[in-house]
Write a new protein. Structure first.
Length: 115
């Protein structure tokens, strides 16, 4: 069973940067789609960015130009570089791995941006 291990996150001032990482250790095949979603208090979980194993990328409009998703070609590790952070980026960020037979979520990591 695929499991996801996330790291990164924390508290940062507006305008600052953070980097999130998510790995699927022990997975012997390339996962089709990996990505990041976020959920703020009282709101629904929303897409942040996804990247396929072939390198196709999709961003939410709210993060375009500020966030960059990338993927380790050697395995199933995905990164989210977040620059120019805004208070409205404050949320719990979840890693996701999707393929034909599974849709797995990480435990999430908190990102808090102070104004």
């Amino acid at each position: 069973q695929v499991q996801l291990v996330e790291s990164g996150g924390g508290l940062v001032q507006a305008g600052g940067s953070l980097r999130l990482s998510c790995a699927a250790p022990g997975t012997r095949f390339r996962i089709n789609v990996m990505g990041w979603y976020r959920q703020a208090p009282g709101k629904q979980r929303e897409l942040v960015a996804t990247i396929t194993k072939s390198g196709s990328i999709n961003y939410a409009d709210t993060v375009k130009g500020r966030f960059t998703i990338s993927r380790d070609n050697a395995g199933n590790t995905v990164y989210l570089q977040m620059n120019s952070l805004k208070p409205e980026d404050t949320a719990h960020y979840y890693c996701n791995a999707y393929d034909l037979t599974f849709n797995v979520w990480g435990q999430g990591t908190q990102v808090t941006v102070s104004s």
